[in-house]
Ligand binder design. Structure first.
Ligand code: GLA
Length: 385
């Protein structure tokens, strides 16, 4: 090739690169994505760290490797004012007290309830710790929320990332198999917090992983959540018995206070005298998402009109537990000394359905050796008028 042709070709390539290469922008933005680590205190399993993921829009997510807890999440309102929109505590000791109602934590091995802590796989019976009599709740007495995870920052283009890993030993809390679990928290410049869950086992077991963040889009500590306009993309929900175990029925939401297909304030029908609302003490139910496939799809959204904050939840999971803080009663003191009062936070826990191991009609939650459990959820923050 003649030198001049070579030069022309190079400059052509260069020009194209400058104008059309979308990666140029990505790289510029990516440089604003960061992960910072600091000491968070001592646990019986070792020192805990606090990781701060930041994006170029100023969103910050603080996560500790104790329980994988999201301790703080700063999101802007319609005037650009940031507030911490997740409930929790100011310091590690408060989480270690063992009276946190799972604020912001990773839930495992099995999210929500398993009736009487009993299930069987291939004819083999298992008995789990009963920590929510008469049932097992959120993995038993010391679930994934109460352990220290191995943590490392991860580089992925367009994201600030933290990877947590933990091997739950065979028969921990009564669950069979050494279960190796990985959870990744990834923040991007579209104000999306992506959570990836993965797990493998060396014995047939059951699994249902989620995150138990409590949101208040007015800002944690700023009153109740009843004015949030909630949408859940679900035509059916799973009604429960008096111990909050699903009856097995997939009941249509149409004509009930469980119809959130169109955005509706959480408080609009909460006192409607509905039997299911009475049993749940309010909303504390699994919704059967109207999914069209296995990919990430919009599952729910919440809009808080006074701040303009808008949260969208996308997931690959078939269900979502909508819980509106009915058990919060002011007995724990949160950030800035503000008590966690009744219904001051709501959870949208993406999941397989509660008690699936005992419900043949529900999507299966069995994980076998050689298989890989994988699930994704996105919490996306924006503002609306
Ligand atoms: C879940 C359950 C609720 C309650 C909370 C934690 O959302 O469904 O019943 O146990 O966790 O307090």
């Amino acid at each position: 090739m003649k030198p001049v042709t070579y030069f022309l070709l190079l400059s052509l390539l260069g020009a194209t690169g400058c104008k059309n290469n979308p990666r140029q922008n990505e790289t510029a933005e990516a440089s604003a994505l960061s992960v910072k680590v600091s000491d968070y205190g001592q646990t019986v399993e070792g020192p805990a760290k606090l990781y701060t993921l930041t994006n170029s829009k100023g969103i910050q997510v603080e996560i500790t490797n104790y329980g994988g807890i999201i301790t703080r999440l700063l999101a802007p309102d319609k005037n650009g004012q940031f507030a911490d929109v997740v409930l929790g505590f100011d310091k590690l000791e408060d989480y270690l007290q063992n009276n946190s109602p799972y604020f912001g934590a990773i839930i495992g091995r099995f999210g929500n309830r398993i009736a009487k802590g009993a299930f069987s796989i291939d004819g083999q019976q298992y008995a789990l710790a009963i920590n929510n009599a008469p049932n097992t709740l959120h993995g038993g007495a010391a679930g994934f929320d109460k352990h220290l995870w191995q943590a490392r920052e991860i580089g992925r283009e367009g994201y600030a990332g933290l990877e947590l890993n933990r091997t739950s030993p065979d028969m921990e809390e009564g669950f069979p198999g050494n279960l190796n679990a990985t959870v990744r928290y990834l923040l991007n410049d579209d104000n999306e917090l992506l959570i990836e869950y993965e797990a493998t086992t060396d014995k047939a077991t059951i699994i249902n992983l989620t995150n138990h963040a409590y949101f208040n889009l007015k800002g944690a500590g700023n009153g109740d959540i009843l004015g949030h306009e909630l949408m859940i993309a679900a035509s059916r929900f799973t009604p429960v018995d008096s111990t909050l175990i699903p009856t097995g029925e997939l009941r249509p939401v149409a004509g009930t206070p469980f119809d959130f297909k169109n955005p509706t304030p959480i408080g609009a029908r909460i006192n409607a005298g509905d039997e299911q609302l009475r049993l749940g003490r309010g909303y504390d139910h699994n919704f059967v998402l109207d999914k069209s496939g296995q990919g990430l799809e919009l599952a729910a959204s919440a809009f808080e009109p006074t701040s303009g904050r808008f949260l969208e939840v996308l997931t690959t999971e078939p269900g979502i537990q909508f819980y509106c803080g009915n058990f919060l009663d002011g007995s724990t003191v949160g950030k800035g000394g503000v008590k966690h009062e009744y219904r001051t936070g709501f959870c949208l826990e993406t999941q397989h359905f509660p008690d699936s191991p005992n419900q043949p009609g529900f999507p299966a939650t069995v994980l076998r050796p050689g298989e890989k459990f994988a699930s994704k959820t996105v919490y996306r923050f924006s503002v609306k008028e």
